[in-house]
Design a protein around this ligand. Structure first.
Ligand code: UDP
Ligand code: UDP
Length: 470
């Protein structure tokens, strides 16, 4: 048994427990904030759930604890749910659900944590089930919102929208004080209220006022309207304080080894400054084979140098089922080999975006990807594929971080009607992106300044840490 810690010590050094969820887009910001707070003299514990959906999550959790032996590792095991029973085929949404159903395990985990817990930081996807469990223990709770402030505004406003709308289904959503999210940009999974994710999203939106605060990986300079509207109570009157703590910095000490991880860097080292387009669609967006081929044509036609991460499956463990040769053909791979590198494996994306040779990013607009690109001054051509990505694409364009193409098809279209985005079109847009030098400078400067010691986000985090020691 550990001796109870004197109250004074508990006040001086806050003990923050991170309650993470599933998917690298959720895990990365948790690891980044945990690393930062640990480096700033907080005691940190990190709860992760097992089994993980992807192999990438497992590797990164292990690499994190190896790099930060001072962070206490807490694990819980969650049951696998039956997709047919929940009428949900998405493995990540199913895992959210099983984590949500594990809230009864929290009191034991939190009571055993030593020294006593000062605050819990909870992932948005499990908020409505975890926040009450944390509150019952008398522990303050904060949400780490892993998307942009505009998406947080949509999450906060959605319950009101559903209760007051006078159309059937979901239409354009005019978020007070923010902007109107057109129906075509509302996440497809929210169009049908019987979908598992739509129910989770609604409940999590309703639960936001239960948190003591919400931390968002963004900057005032990028999203002034959304942050102001949220904090002024325009979106919903009972919002807790929303703190812009971005850009969360990638964890430098953490390395995930492997040949596939190092190969792109050897190639990038041989390319001229700012000449390469990096093409990547996050950790859970598989592209149809036909669209992959068309994208290949576009990259080839553009005449640009490129580093392309091909992903054809939602879960990385299934990627072995189909090889690059099968998807693109040996002839194609031979043709582009002098100025293109194609991989079909995990890459250390933030490191790639930081590399001097990378000058543009064709991205699905996952918010972590957007923040990483902005941090390293890489301009973005947004091709949102699903989920929150059209909202994020609009936020990045408004924030001056890049451009996006509204007409390119995404998850909304029925598979049968889905229009292929043609190679020629992709090629033209990429050339425009690489020619638009001006998009770069302001985004980098703002991001670097905010994250710097003494910068705006750094200060917000300092006040947050201090508030836990009062
Ligand atoms: N990522 C990476 N290597 C990959 C794919 C993804 O490092 O091969 C990282 C990426 O840098 C980001 C996260 O995984 O931090 C993906 O989150 P994002 O919000 O960009 O998109 P999501 O995958 O959630 O759609
Ligand atoms: N999100 C939310 N409420 C929820 C679950 C998710 O607002 O109940 C947000 C979250 O910030 C995320 C986005 O909706 O960025 C899309 O969720 P998803 O988990 O699909 O993100 P991904 O796995 O693609 O990162």
């Amino acid at each position: 048994m550990t001796e109870p810690q004197p109250y004074a010590d508990r006040r001086r050094t806050p003990h923050i427990v991170f309650l993470a969820s599933s998917g690298m887009g959720h895990l990365n910001p948790f690891l980044r904030l945990a690393a930062q707070l640990s480096a700033r003299d907080c005691r940190v514990s990190l709860l992760t759930t097992h089994p993980t959906v992807s192999a990438a999550e497992e590797r990164h959790v292990d690499a994190f604890f190896a790099a930060f032996p001072g962070v206490r590792r807490l694990d819980i095991h969650v049951p696998l749910l039956d997709p047919s029973e929940l009428n949900c085929a998405d493995p990540f949404f199913l895992r959210f659900e099983s984590i949500r159903r594990s809230a009864h395990l929290l009191p034991r985990v939190l009571a055993d944590a030593s020294p006593p817990v000062s605050a819990a930081i909870v992932d948005i996807s499990v908020a409505s089930s975890y926040l009450p469990a944390v509150a019952e223990m008398g522990i303050p709770s904060y949400i780490l919102f892993i998307s942009c402030a505009a998406m947080l505004a949509l999450c906060a406003y959605f319950p009101t929208y559903l209760a007051t709308k006078n159309t059937s289904g979901v239409g354009d959503i005019d978020i007070p004080g923010v902007w109107t999210v057109p129906k075509s940009s509302v996440p497809v999974v929210l169009h049908d209220q019987n979908q598992l994710f739509a129910k989770q999203f609604l409940e999590n939106g309703q639960a936001l006022p239960k948190a003591n605060g919400i931390l968002v990986n963004t900057l005032h300079a990028w999203e002034p309207e959304a942050l102001a509207a949220l904090n002024e109570g325009k979106v919903t009157p009972d919002m807790p304080p929303v703190l812009a703590i971005g850009p969360l910095l990638p964890v430098p000490a953490m390395s995930v080894e492997g040949e596939s991880v190092s190969a792109p860097f050897a190639w990038l080292d041989r390319q001229p400054d700012r000449s390469v387009v990096y093409v990547g669609f996050g950790n859970r967006t598989g592209m149809q084979a036909e669209q992959i081929r068309e994208l290949g044509i576009g990259l080839e036609r553009s005449g640009l140098r490129f580093l392309w991460v091909v992903k054809s499956k939602v879960v990385d463990r299934a990627e072995v089922e189909v090889g690059l040769e099968e998807l693109l053909g040996e002839e194609y791979l031979a043709k582009i080999k002098d100025r293109g590198m194609v991989v079909k494996d995990w890459v250390e994306q933030a490191e790639i975006l930081r590399h001097r040779a990378v000058g543009g990013f064709l991205s699905h607009c996952g918010w972590n990807s957007v923040v990483e690109a902005a941090l390293y001054g890489v301009r973005i051509l947004g091709w949102p594929m699903g989920g929150d990505q059209r909202v994020s694409a609009e936020a990045l364009a408004r924030g001056g971080l890049g451009i996006w193409v509204e007409g390119w098809s995404w998850q909304a279209e029925e598979e049968a009607e889905k229009k292929l985005v043609k190679g020629e079109e992709i090629s033209e847009r990429l050339k425009d992106l690489m020619a638009a030098e001006g998009l770069r400078a302001s985004a980098t400067t703002m991001a670097a300044a905010a994250a710097d010691v003494g910068g705006t986000s750094y200060q917000v985090l300092t006040h947050f840490i201090e508030s836990l020691t009062l």
